[in-house]
Ligand binder design. Structure first.
Ligand code: FES
Length: 63
């Protein structure tokens, strides 16, 4: 599922960026190759980052 339609960034892309060390909204945007668009995805992006943090945390404790 796309988090950002303008940049064709998926939830999986966000998860990969967070797993690679991007932590803030700005860092994730940069890591995912975000370009300025309509801006309607900011809330979805923040939610996706939160889910990815929880998932990455669970993966690191399970390893
Ligand atoms: S949906 Fe992300 S900038 Fe438009």
């Amino acid at each position: 599922m796309y988090v950002c339609i303008c940049n064709a960034v998926s939830e999986g892309d966000v998860h990969r960026c967070v797993s690679a060390g991007a932590d803030t909204l700005k860092q994730v945007k940069n890591a995912c190759g975000w370009k300025p668009g309509c801006g309607s995805c900011t809330a979805r992006l923040a939610e996706a980052i939160g889910r990815s943090r929880v998932s990455a945390s669970a993966e690191s404790t399970a390893a």
